[in-house]
Ligand binder design. Structure first.
Ligand code: HEC
Length: 153
């Protein structure tokens, strides 16, 4: 059985909030930190853009499965679902790939694990860069709300 990673991820994000002590936004992925965002942009262009797009737009038709049954790379801009997730979850998926607890066991995905290629600091920086592109009022308010409800649990 194949489950859409995004659905699983969303469900786990909700479940995961219960243990999240640091809340939704992590200070290490601060999009207002210009130095971090600049480093993150370099890391993004070198390691992420080939799949997630130079403008964070994802692969064409990213909701439709490829012939091999895997999903294309989703956008990291506001049209995707990366912004629905707490920073810690995006960090874990970047570092370890789509493995439990953020995907079902043996889930097949083209998303690489970056644990051997990037330092933790580089991963937080790339997330700071991605977050610096979430500028609309809708997305900012939605994240603030998700953050508040995570903290209230
Ligand atoms: C070889 C292609 C490839 C590269 C390079 C790549 N990704 Fe991905 N990524 C994917 C694919 C494909 C998915 C969707 C996998 C799925 O749902 O099965 C994905 C999913 C993700 C997700 C979870 C989906 C979401 O929107 O929440 C995150 C976070 C992510 N990638 C971050 C990164 C970051 C950060 C980098 C660079 C450091 C990166 N990826 C590099 C292919 C790639």
């Amino acid at each position: 059985m194949r489950l859409r990673a995004s659905l699983v991820a969303a469900a786990l994000a909700l479940a995961g909030c219960e243990q999240a002590s640091s809340g939704f936004d992590d200070a290490r992925a601060d999009p207002r930190d210009a130095a971090r965002v600049a480093l993150g942009e370099r890391v993004y262009l070198q390691h992420c853009a080939s799949c997630h797009g130079a403008r964070l737009e994802g692969q064409p038709d990213w909701r439709r499965r490829l012939a091999n049954g895997r999903l294309p790379a989703p956008p990291h801009d506001e049209s995707g679902h990366t912004w629905h997730h707490p920073d810690a979850m995006n960090f874990a998926m970047t570092k370890h790939g789509l493995v439990p607890p953020h995907a079902p066991p043996n889930y097949e995905s083209d998303m690489p694990a970056f644990a051997d290629k990037l330092s933790d600091d580089e991963i937080w920086s790339v997330l700071a860069f991605i977050k610096s592109r979430w500028t609309s009022r809708e997305v900012r308010e939605a994240r603030a709300q998700m953050s508040a409800s995570a903290a209230a649990r």
